[in-house]
Ligand binder design. Structure first.
Ligand code: NAD
Ligand code: LMR
Length: 308
């Protein structure tokens, strides 16, 4: 099956690389606006095929969306990343126009496509795609929770001084420095609640480092991260193409779930061949519910800046 990745920059190329390396897609089409850039990235990646042992065909195009026709999944990574000291929300002015235009082009050539939104501010960009694409809500999925949960597990393993494969955990709510909600109450090490091993101070440290995970990397790198974002997208694309029905926290349009409507926020969902197959409602503590509501309020304010 064909996957399109729009934006052949840091994150887009990382998405294409991980998807190809896992060898589950027939073709990945990279699209960029910069002349020759997507073609160059595709050629460079294809020259890793014999070295890395994959058969996925990667092609590139400068803005020719006819090449994306018939895509099962399209990933939108086009847009600007933040610089150190910025918030994701500050990117809305430039990225909203890009995401809207890219969405229209994708849907024109692949009317049945499932769109994964990556460009920031991601929860608001996912909302924009819902409002402008005409696609059903099961076909629009924002990527944030998969990445934030991976960062949560990284920080948990660091605090527990254990391998990452020992820990499990999930981050829901908003993909923002203040609106992420790492679910400490549900995180485990081999089935045992991590709260049995970590004191309140260590729990608070893990939560805070998780929430500012993207900002920490942006400060170190001078631009935002790409390896873990690309890997997170590849897991979501694989769950769709292979109908794995994995439970992944994603930014989805809510219609009463978690007490919210007409907003995209990170919640656990079953991701399969139909895109979002089910939103999973889990019991939150009162404190978690309050944080979820605060995050929703902040995302609504950013959504208010959109012009359709
Ligand atoms: N949701 C997440 O978890 C997450 C994670 C990482 C990055 N991001 C976001 O992803 C976006 C991309 O980040 P990056 O580091 O890859 O940036 P980048 O600058 O490396 O790449 C962006 C690419 O988009 C291209 N582009 C711009 N306008 C376009 C258009 N109209 N059509 C096609 N291509 C276009 C640019 O030419 C560029 O190559 C940013 O908004 C960033 O904040 C989100
Ligand atoms: O931090 C960013 O701006 C990029 C992305 O949202 C991330 O979390 O890595």
């Amino acid at each position: 099956m064909k996957v399109t990745v729009v934006g052949a920059g840091a994150v887009g190329a990382s998405c294409a690389e991980y998807i190809a390396m896992k060898n589950f897609a027939a073709e990945v089409v990279l699209v960029d606006i910069k002349e020759g850039f997507a073609e160059g990235k595709a050629m460079d990646l294809m020259q890793t095929a014999s070295l890395n042992g994959f058969d996925t065909k990667i092609t590139g195009t400068t803005g020719d969306y006819s090449k994306t026709a018939g895509s099962k999944v399209a990933v939108i990574t086009s847009g600007i990343p933040r610089k150190p000291g910025m918030t994701r929300e500050e990117l809305i002015g430039i990225n909203a126009g890009i995401v809207k235009e890219v969405t229209a082009n994708l849907v024109k050539h692949s009317p049945d496509v499932i769109i994964i939104v990556v460009s920031n501010p991601m929860d608001t960009m996912a909302y924009l795609v819902h409002k402008t694409s005409g696609l059903p809500k099961n076909k629009i999925i924002g990527m944030g929770g998969a990445l934030d949960s991976a960062r949560f597990k990284y920080r948990l393993a660091e605090a527990l001084e254990c391998p990452i494969s020992d820990v499990d955990g999930m981050v829901i709510a908003a993909h923002s420095d203040t609106g992420m909600l790492p679910l400490m109450s549900k995180a485990t090490r081999n089935g045992v609640p991590v709260t049995e091993f970590l004191d309140a101070e260590k729990q608070a440290y893990v939560e805070e480092e998780t929430k500012v995970g993207g900002a920490t990397l942006t400060k170190l790198l001078g631009t935002s991260a790409w390896y873990a974002p690309g890997a997170a997208v590849s897991v979501m694309v694989q769950s769709i193409l292979c109908d794995h029905k994995k439970m992944i926290p994603c930014s989805l349009m809510l219609d009463g779930e978690y007490g919210q409507s007409d907003i995209c926020l990170g919640v656990p969902a079953i991701i399969g061949a139909n895109g979002v197959e089910k939103i999973v409602e889990i019991a939150l503590t009162d404190a978690e519910k309050e944080k979820f509501e605060t995050a929703a309020k902040a995302v609504r304010e950013v959504n208010g800046d959109l012009k359709f």
